[in-house]
Design a protein around this ligand. Sequence first.
Ligand code: URA
Length: 211
Amino acid sequence: MDLHVADHPLIAHKLTVLRDRSTDSARFRTLTDELVTLLAYEATRKIRIAPATITTPVAETTGTALDSPRPLVVPILRAGLGMLEGMLRILPTAEVGFLGMVRDDETFEVHAYAERLPADLTGRQVFVLDPMLATGGTLAMAIDFLLARGVSDVTAICLVSAPEGVEAITEKYEGVAQVTVHTAALDERLNEHGYIVPGLGDAGDRLYGVV
Ligand code: URA
């Protein structure tokens, strides 16, 4: 697994405000959106391209177009939804699939409650959006859904990651699939409730309020 931890002062600043418990939901949503766009810039560095011939007002020239098939963006509901607009801002022609997953508070087991993905994803580049890479259970289940549909190249964008989750994903997909994670921060650890420390709390609750 390839791990990229962002190293940019604007990302560090925005993440610090995001983490602050006094940041309200409206500001949290705006910061999430901005952070995803910044992370997406690097995360799309290996996006597949093809030459494209166009005519400027002055001359014909060969430039660059995104190759087909179009990339697929998959936010993991609920919290990943807060990352979708920030991603589509930089990749407006991407197709969007959805996965709904919830983690049991006691056992940390992940349960999928919704899936809306194209049946055949062979050869597609896929970007999974999930703000918190904690135990890795949610991301692993999402990757398994994608591998079952023929994907071999998955990039996850996570705002905050825990070493435990990074290790779990690295071990599980070593020699199985090309998995890349772009994150704004690699935090210290998970606590006994499965929350990332120092983290930012429950990303879904902070984006949308407590259900
Ligand atoms: N999910 C969250 O929303 N926050 C964490 O810290 C871990 C998992």
